[in-house]
Design a protein around this ligand. Structure first.
Ligand SMILES: [Fe+2]
Length: 399
């Protein structure tokens, strides 16, 4: 089935109220914000085979192909596929010419996130503020145009070889950026399949080196005016073997949330150390996708072959867990059947589940999250979760 661009916009439509529930928005006065961020514009990936990776996200993640750039459209360096699910946009790039810089990036890091692009109202003002705060400007603000209008873009460097593009698309009506052509879905959705499997990106996590977490927290506060949301240190998130520290920064209304992890000293190697070794430095570790029906999402993804971390039955049989979580919208038995974790805090509860790494290297993975009032990240689950991650790490010989 094909959609016109207008219909696609309708399918993508996620209202502010839906987002408030899905990702836990809070009120915020943007007028005093030195770096006002409207939204997450896109998560941009490099893949060893973008053609097949774009297919994976359509089949396994239920995303819709909406735009394309490549040799056929005059871009001879690489292929680029743009996929959407609700307000979430992924861009998958892969080098075509042997001398494409994307292939060098891929050789160093493997499949992963190159750019967490942010939509801002005033690119120049943001870059000016970022530069004054010491950020590295990778691309100066400039206009790019085609028959659909003009986009103003710039880019600043964040951890490792990751960047934040800054995009103002308020004067643009095309399917993504100038140079991209609208593309219709190439994959038929199964009969009776949900319209989409997730509606928004909830958060993107960065892994940084030992001792660097506070530097990056400070960087996001200074450069982007982000605020501290939460922190997890010490025994909170240590297992018997490995440990990590995590702090979360977000923009004013919590639309964009970046947890930052660093390894902590422990008896064995932290999962963050494993990531840093195999990614070849700091990078994006996981992306949390917000869904309003985690059971339906997990069921559809599993049917398509996506593998999730196994949670031991003891997690669900623990009387403390049952006492702590109280009433949630599905019985604990149903959560257990699907391997979904649950956590509750003073604001509400959340349901969450984690995939195994999706590429060849033990690096990038996904989280699915269904929020019911909770603005947290599932701290009550960290220990059970990390033990599950360590079982996988041990199987890979990396613990
Ligand atoms: Fe997460």
């Amino acid at each position: 089935m094909t959609h016109t661009v207008g219909e696609q916009h309708q399918l993508d439509d996620v209202s502010y109220d839906q987002l408030r529930q899905l990702v836990g928005l809070v009120d915020h006065d943007a007028s005093t914000d030195p770096f006002p961020v409207r939204a997450l514009d896109a998560v941009v990936f490099v893949a060893g085979n973008a053609t097949q990776t774009a297919w994976f996200y359509q089949v396994a993640f239920g995303m819709r192909l909406v735009a394309y750039s490549g040799p056929e459209t005059g871009n001879h360096d690489h292929k680029s596929f743009v996929l959407k699910s609700g307000s979430a946009r992924f861009v998958i790039n892969g080098g075509v010419r042997p001398d494409s810089p994307l292939l060098d990036h891929h050789r160093r890091h493997g499949d992963g996130v190159t750019d967490i692009a942010l939509e801002v109202a005033d690119v120049d003002k943001c870059v000016e503020h970022a530069r004054a705060q010491g950020a590295t400007v990778l691309e100066e603000p400039h206009d790019v145009s085609d028959e659909h209008g003009t986009v103003r873009v710039a880019a600043i460097a964040t951890y490792g070889e990751t960047r934040h593009s800054l995009v103002d698309r308020s004067r643009y009506t095309g399917p993504y950026l100038p140079g991209y052509e609208a593309r219709a879905a190439t994959v038929q959705r199964p009969e009776g399949a949900p319209k989409r499997l997730f509606q928004a990106v909830d958060h993107c996590v960065g892994n940084v080196e030992l001792g660097k977490m506070d530097e990056w927290v400070d960087w996001y506060r200074r450069v982007m005016g982000f605020v501290n949301m939460a922190e997890f240190v010490g025994d909170d998130i240590a297992t018997e073997y490995s440990a990590l520290m995590s702090k979360v920064v977000s923009n004013g209304n919590h639309r964009v949330k970046f947890p930052l992890n660093e390894p902590a000293m422990a008896k064995k190697r932290s999962q963050i150390d494993e990531y840093l070794e195999f990614y070849g430095g700091p990078g994006c570790q996981h992306i949390a996708l917000a869904t309003n029906d985690i059971i339906g999402t997990v069921t559809a993804m599993r049917a398509a072959g996506v593998e999730f971390l196994q949670v031991p039955d003891s997690y669900y049989e623990d009387p403390e867990l049952r006492a702590r979580i109280g009433e949630v919208r599905v019985p604990v038995e149903t959560l257990q059947q699907h391997g979904i974790l649950v956590d509750r805090d003073e604001d509400g509860y959340l349901l969450q589940i984690f995939t195994k790494p999706i590429g060849d290297r033990p690096t990038v993975f996904y989280e699915l999250i269904e929020r019911h009032g909770s603005l947290g990240f599932g701290i009550g689950n960290f220990k059970a979760l990390f033990e599950a991650i360590e079982r996988e790490q041990e199987r890979r010989g990396n613990l």
